[in-house]
Design a protein around this ligand. Structure first.
Ligand code: NDP
Length: 491
């Protein structure tokens, strides 16, 4: 029989297709980039969020819509620029150099199907903190006018396009290269069980090779999946947030507490991920999924550009939270982050050192597969209580945008001088009010809450299938002890 890597006939992976199979993955590949551009243009700093003609769909004309959203005069080619692409590549290169030259800890990944283990190098915390320190120094020296902040705000669309192109290119590169994986190779290269169906679109999307690695001149070997997961996109998310804080200051001459709050709690989330970087070795992304378009687009485009939607919104329409609003949202984020961090750490600790006094008391189920499933503590409450903590964090990301929606009016309307509530004057004299747009941007600024719920529910189901295959009867026994999936008493 031909080795897996040489098989060409299309067949569903052993445990079936996900995401609607080849047609579904093709649809997602087309829809998601369009959605990212739609958000970027329709919520803008030219006319409003959403663009005014979206409030009146019956009279919507494409020409008018293009004018309202600042669509480039060159058309679709104007979405990108050589300059912004080089700047983005420079940013990736800087992170690559820091990855190579800063001290790192090394760890081994989980045992692979081939029996081998891969070595990983971790220093995302120090690398990314160096870049954040450079941003801080630039801001201290030149304030909101620091050229990097101005450049990001002025080139948002071309920067997005550059990352989009890198995501498509990378997915294609790893797909083509996966055909050089030979059985029994010394480098422990293997195909992902779910991404080698033989269908080009599906495998390109899911990721055919489990752990693609490349050797880059000067930088050396990079594990593409680990690297993309925690570096350019995750840091890019926070860098975009900072750029939007600076933009708010340049536009209005002040910084609102809501934009600072969101930037701070999202920075906490990403720093936590870098601090706990070795823990990614036991996540589904690393152990099970191949690296394809799903992860390259998710890591490089979706996370930085969709997750920063709220600060982008607030950069043009500031919201000042009062003490009650601020403290209520702070309570939610503290609780959510606590559940998220405590549950993930408990499992990680139990799996790496079950004798640690902090986890030694936990009850567990001994499985025939050789690993133990915790049945008390956090993991006794729900089978993915960590997802609950993660999802709850989505609310404080969106709530500070309030009943979202704004319109940008030309100078001289006098609404601010007349004391209209929630009206702001920009330093160049325009006025920003909620007006008829109030509430209509909720689908944009609260999109993350809905999307993340869908992602986590789908992820829980994929993990359930995986564990059911791995543990068989033991998984059924475990599910009888821990009945709830994510939210105890509800789901
Ligand atoms: P988990 O960290 O929940 O890992 C699931 C694995 O844990 C299972 O496959 C199983 O692996 C093991 N496991 C399951 N139940 C138990 C138990 N009772 N005791 C011990 N081990 C158990 O999943 P993810 O990798 O999906 O998520 C990790 C974190 O990343 C989560 O907090 C998630 O919310 C977050 N995340 C965030 C995203 C974002 O965009 N912000 C996207 C995706 C995830 P085994 O085979 O080893 O038994």
């Amino acid at each position: 029989m031909a080795p897996k890597s040489q098989q060409s006939a299309s067949k569903a992976p052993p445990h079936g297709y996900h995401f609607g199979g080849p047609i579904g993955t093709f649809g997602i590949t087309v829809i998601l980039p369009v959605l990212v551009y739609f958000f970027a243009f329709s919520c803008n700093d030219v006319t409003g969020c959403p663009a005014p003609s979206l409030l009146d769909p019956r009279n919507l004309s494409l020409e008018q819509f293009k004018q309202e959203v600042g669509w480039p005069e060159e058309g679709i080619l104007g979405l990108g620029s050589v300059n912004a692409t080089l700047a983005v590549l420079g940013y990736y290169l800087l992170n690559g150099l820091l990855y190579r030259f800063l001290p790192a800890i090394e760890a081994e990944g989980v045992i692979l199907a081939s029996g081998g283990r891969l070595k990983y190098r971790f220093n995302s915390l120090s690398s990314n903190l160096v870049i954040i320190s450079i941003c801080l120094a630039g801001t201290l020296a030149q304030g909101a006018e620091w050229p990097v902040w101005v450049y990001i705000a002025d080139n948002y669309i071309p920067i997005l396009t550059a990352n989009m192109l890198i995501a498509f290119g990378l997915a294609t590169f790893v797909y083509v290269r996966s055909f050089s994986v030979k059985p029994g190779n010394k480098e422990n290269r293997e195909l992902a069980e779910g991404g080698a169906s033989g269908n080009i679109i599906y495998d390109w999307f899911i990721g055919r090779e489990l752990n693609p690695r490349v050797v880059v001149p000067i930088i050396g070997e990079i594990d593409i999946k680990q690297w993309m997961e925690v570096r350019p996109g995750l840091l890019g998310w926070s860098v975009l947030n900072f750029a939007f804080v600076a933009k708010q200051y340049r536009t209005f001459g002040f910084v609102s507490n809501s934009i600072v709050f969101i930037s701070a709690i999202q920075l906490l989330y990403v720093v936590d991920c870098w601090y706990n970087e070795p823990a990614i070795l036991t996540t589904i992304d690393i152990t099970t999924d191949g690296f394809g378009f799903m992860l390259s687009f998710g890591d490089l485009v979706w996370v930085p550009f969709i997750y920063s939607t709220q600060t982008r919104y607030l950069s043009t329409y500031p919201v000042h939270l009062n003490a009650v609003e601020f403290s209520s949202i702070a309570v939610v984020i503290s609780l959510a982050f606590y559940i998220f961090r405590a549950s993930n750490s408990q499992k990680n600790m139990f799996r790496t050192n079950p004798n640690d006094p902090r986890v030694a008391h936990l009850k567990y189920l001994e499985t025939k597969a050789g690993t133990r499933l915790i049945t008390s503590g956090w993991w006794g409450i729900a089978r993915h209580i960590n997802y609950l903590g993660d999802w709850l964090q989505a609310w404080p990301y969106s709530l500070p945008t309030g009943v979202a929606g704004y319109q940008i009016l030309s100078a001289g309307t006098g609404l601010v001088d007349a004391g209209v509530e929630g009206a702001f004057k920009t330093l160049d004299g325009r006025e920003v009010v909620q007006g008829a747009a109030r509430g209509f941007a909720i689908p944009i600024t609260y999109f993350y809450v809905l999307y993340f719920a869908i992602l986590l529910i789908h992820r829980d189901r994929r993990d359930d299938e995986k564990c059911s295959r791995k543990y068989g009867d033991d998984w059924e026994k475990y599910k009888k002890i821990v009945r709830w999936r994510i939210l105890p008493g509800v789901y």
